[in-house]
Write a protein that binds this ligand. Structure first.
Ligand SMILES: Cc1cc2nc3c(=O)[nH]c(=O)nc-3n(C[C@H](O)[C@H](O)[C@H](O)COP(=O)(O)O)c2cc1C
Length: 255
């Protein structure tokens, strides 16, 4: 039986008092309320941490590591993501897309999408805006989570306008039902063991990589993502759900 939940949160905003960050912290408080467990949250904010921009060398896909990791905070971020039970990614809407800060973070994690590296973790996306473009950002963050193998336990979207408006407690009050629904879904999965529905995209991505790596393995044997896929035994499963069930049984973070 779990006695604590580890949450990794990345706030993709450069604002020190980020609206997105305020909502994410309130969400974590709701998770604590709902589960009654100790919640250990590791939060990284775009305003505070150092993430260098991807240089596009593509070596991460081949070597399984990024040469920039020793120069900024990404090693620590990766470690915390791997340890977490639940991943929360939040971004303000910047012209109907994620912020540059969030994209920088995603690019550096991108090679993990080729191995569905975070399979089985619970995931929540948070998007904030002045009033439009929320769905584009939620859908994009969700797709990223899908490719990482992270299960969908909730989406938070709010037209928060700006931080002066958000600091108004009534705004957070109004969001309580939405935040508590997410928190309840976290409890259903991580505490009560009800595995959430797997998305169509996750099923398709799994089969796509399985087929691709089977073909490539015939003539390539020194590419990390292929090795990693086989090391995790993913080639032996017929579908995402089978791999997930196996991961669920053995992952210390999920039991
Ligand atoms: C460069 C930039 C572009 C923005 N584009 C949009 C937009 O397309 N639609 C929208 O509703 N709000 C837009 N906003 C407003 C932000 O999404 C909104 O203020 C957000 O809640 C800020 O979150 P933060 O305090 O966490 O940084 C934009 C803000 C900036 C700085």
């Amino acid at each position: 039986m779990k006695d604590k939940i580890k949450i990794f949160a990345y706030v993709g905003s450069c604002n020190v008092n980020s609206t997105t960050g305020i909502i994410m912290r309130e969400l974590v408080r709701c998770i604590q309320d709902e589960t009654g467990l100790e919640v250990v949250m590791t939060e990284f904010c775009g305003s505070k941490c150092d993430i260098k921009e991807c240089v596009g060398c593509t070596q991460c896909f081949v070597a399984g590591k990024c040469a920039l990791d020793c120069k900024d905070d990404m090693s620590e971020i990766r470690k915390r993501m791997l340890e977490a039970d639940c991943i929360i990614l939040g971004s303000p809407v910047y012209f109907h897309a994620v912020s540059g800060n969030m994209k920088k973070f995603m690019d550096r994690i991108s090679y993990w999408t080729h191995t569905m590296e975070l399979m089985g973790k619970a995931g929540i996306t948070v998007a904030t805006s002045g009033g439009n473009g929320l769905k584009y950002v939620s859908d994009y963050l969700r797709k990223f989570m899908d490719y990482l193998g992270v299960l969908d336990v909730g989406t938070i979207e709010t037209a928060a306008f700006n931080k002066q408006y958000m600091i108004n407690e009534k705004t957070l009050d109004k969001m309580q039902p939405m935040l508590h629904n997410c928190a309840k879904a976290v409890k259903d999965y991580l505490v009560d063991g009800h595995i959430p529905a797997v998305s169509r995209m996750q099923k398709d991505v799994f089969l796509m990589y399985k087929k691709r790596y089977e073909e490539l393995k015939e003539y390539i044997d020194d590419v990390d993502e292929i090795r990693r896929w086989y090391d995790r035994g993913f080639n032996e499963y017929d579908c995402f759900e089978d791999a997930l069930r196996a991961i669920y049984k053995t992952a210390p973070s999920l039991n």
